[in-house]
Design a protein around this ligand. Structure first.
Ligand code: MN
Length: 210
């Protein structure tokens, strides 16, 4: 069924993250799980006030819902937003932070190694399904974790990078070894250019939108 929301294209091919994430995992994770959230969101918003909203507006308008249809809309809209952000948080050659981002990491974590270990810890200690995040608030960097479809953005916090720690993100490649998945993804695939762009959006929201 057509609807206002579309599955955003992957920013790389399905085999681009091999050997850290297999094409099979991306095939299921992007092609089945992520797509299912988009399809369900389109069904749920049909004929509601949410049908004309942007995805981010829906997330902000529904995150406090505790049950019922609005909670379902939040869960699916949140998962669509989070997955769009996750795919862009990864890159086949992650590289290293530079410039302003690099100095902010040194100032707020004491270095990249500490940031990565905090992010790994956030991912490992998220009980059940959820997400680990690098965020900025008032320009200061920190690490957060959120359960299920939740997102730091609804606390007015700017997201820089997301790492999916739902089992579907790693089970085919790592089985139950979430820590190993995190070590590999955080070591090899983080897209520091994307993080730098997102940090810039908080500093200069108007310039970034132009
Ligand atoms: Mn996922």
């Amino acid at each position: 069924m057509a609807g206002p929301f579309e599955l955003a294209p992957l920013p790389y091919s399905e085999d681009a993250l091999v050997p850290v994430i297999s094409a099979k995992t991306i095939g299921f994770h992007y092609g089945k799980h992520h797509k299912a959230y988009v399809d369900m969101l389109n069904r749920l918003v049909e004929g509601t006030r949410f049908a004309d909203m942007k995805l981010e507006q829906i997330v902000r308008a529904t995150f406090k819902a505790s049950d019922g249809k609005e909670k379902k809309i939040f869960n699916n809209a949140g998962q669509v937003w989070n997955h769009d952000f996750y795919w862009r948080s990864l890159a086949p050659k992650g590289g290293r932070p530079s410039g302003h981002l690099k100095s902010a990491i040194e100032r707020d974590f004491g270095g990249l190694e500490k940031l990565v270990s905090e992010l790994a810890e956030a991912g490992k200690t998220q009980f059940g399904s959820g997400w680990a995040w690098l965020v900025s608030h008032g320009g200061k960097l920190s690490v957060r974790r959120t359960p299920n479809a939740e997102n730091p953005m609804t606390d007015g916090i700017n997201c820089l990078l997301a790492v999916d720690v739902w089992e579907h993100a790693y089970y085919l490649d790592y089985q139950n070894a979430r820590a190993k998945y995190l070590e590999q993804v955080l070591g090899e695939l983080l897209n520091w250019d994307f993080a730098a762009e997102n940090l810039e959006k908080e500093d200069h929201p108007i310039r970034a939108a132009a």
